[in-house]
Design a binder for this molecule. Structure first.
Ligand code: COA
Length: 400
């Protein structure tokens, strides 16, 4: 079926995040949200809170802060009562899906200006407890027990090693690249470059994944303001257009048992990407940079292949030869990725959009990055999340 052409119809006119992702023990959930929201508001010109018609709130684990998980929580924090707020929870695609639904609401023609906010408090509980709790709550009653996320992704790494002859060094190249980018990003949780020796000698979390193959556990929040393209120039001289969006699902309970799962790709990523490419009327070769879900180094290798940036088994070479570097063929995770930012689940997808918007505006340096972090002449950026260890993926495509 021929779908309507939405290219350059939906614009992002303001973006914000917390000043720095990290262990934000002196921030409540509300403090993080307000900081991100106020930056997004001031990033847009002539925009008042009263102009916001509705909001979508990506917040995956309300249990970490207690209380209920309604959109009304955001409405009260931002003092936008009685505006409608819908809370979205969709594993690691939570933030991206909140933004996607906000865009659909504008596309429907009903709302003019909407807000997408993503936030997660992960560190006020023990790092391991936070995710273990979520897994136990969401997981299969039998197969979900006893697994933390690193151990699930480590199985993908060993199967990938076996099938394609990749090694721990190939994983280390991803960590070195992303921490190099993160070291130049003043908003990242970890702003330290690491060398390959350090990555390879780090303590093992779940073989072959060591400490630097894992993203940290982090607090953070991000916000984006979305409007119709014909209104955008009122709010900014540099609108960025949301031209493609895709979400795809896969098995949840059958992660280790479903006969179709081969552990060397995530079909949800490819399916979400295909929907987004179709909507944006582009193919993978036209993407200039991508913020991909590098929750673990092995995940980034699979993402690069599943998004169509190179062939199966070729991602280790793609990264090793610098094609994923800023200035390479397709810059992968120019922000430093989840490896440097951690993964505050509700925030991540919108945090990636913050990065993509600034890359496309061409204003990353010096405010959002030290020299060398701007992707040169970027026209098209892609943001990708993979959640529920493969059961959900989202892809957003943004254009200058
Ligand atoms: N880069 C650099 N240093 C890192 C790091 C990284 N990526 N990750 C952790 N560290 C450092 C910390 O700064 C800390 O150093 P310090 O003791 O000098 O302060 C130390 O390593 C331990 O970090 P901590 O945050 O206490 O982690 P932990 O030991 O409790 O847990 C992991 C480490 C890897 C097990 C935990 O971060 C984890 O589970 N990560 C995966 C999260 C996840 O699954 N997310 C969902 C993905 S879909």
């Amino acid at each position: 079926m021929e779908r309507p052409d939405f290219r350059k119809k939906i614009a992002i006119v303001g973006v914000g995040t917390v000043k720095r992702f990290g262990e934000l023990f002196d921030y409540e959930l509300s403090d993080m949200i307000i900081e991100a929201y106020l930056e997004a508001l001031s990033d847009a010109r002539n925009l008042e809170p009263k102009d916001i018609d509705a909001a979508w709130f990506g917040w995956a684990i309300p249990a970490n802060v207690g209380g209920g998980g309604s959109g009304a929580v955001l409405s009260e924090i931002l003092n936008i009562i009685p505006k409608p707020v819908t809370r979205v929870e969709n594993f690691c695609a939570t933030g991206a899906d909140a933004l996607r639904n906000a865009c659909f609401a504008v596309m429907s023609g009903w709302y003019d200006v909407v807000l997408a906010v993503g936030a997660e408090k992960m560190r006020d509980v023990d790092a391991r407890d936070a995710l273990l709790h979520a897994l136990v709550r969401h997981g299969h009653p039998l197969w979900g027990k006893g697994f933390l996320v690193p151990s699930i992704f480590s199985v993908h790494a060993t199967v990938y090693f076996n099938k394609f002859g990749a090694t721990k060094e190939d994983l280390a190249n991803v960590a070195v690249k992303n921490h190099r980018n993160g070291a130049r990003n003043p908003r990242a949780h970890f702003q330290r470059a690491v060398d390959k020796g350090r990555v390879l000698s780090a303590p093992i979390v779940s073989w072959p994944l060591g400490l630097y193959d894992c993203c940290p556990v982090t607090d953070g929040a991000a916000a984006a303001i979305i409007t119709r393209a014909d209104l955008a120039k009122k709010f900014t001289d540099t609108p960025v257009y949301l031209s493609g969006m895709g979400i795809a699902t896969d098995f949840v309970a059958g992660i280790f048992t479903h006969p179709k799962r081969d552990f060397t790709s995530f079909p949800a990523t490819t399916n979400a990407a295909n929907e987004a490419y179709r909507m944006a009327r582009i193919d993978a070769s036209q993407v200039d940079f991508a913020e991909v879900h590098d929750c673990f180094t092995i995940t980034e290798l699979l993402d690069i292949e599943d998004l169509g940036f190179c062939g199966k088994g070729d991602a280790p070479r793609f990264v090793k030869e610098g094609e994923a570097n800023i200035g390479g063929k397709i810059a992968i995770n120019p922000s430093g990725g989840l490896k440097s930012f951690g993964h505050p689940i509700g925030a991540t997808g919108i945090r990636q959009v913050f990065e993509a918007v600034h890359q496309l505006r061409g204003d990353v340096e010096p405010k959002y990055g030290k020299s060398g972090r701007q992707v040169p002449d970027a026209e098209i950026g892609l943001c990708h999340n993979l959640g529920g260890t493969g059961s959900i993926a989202s892809v957003l495509i943004l254009e200058r």
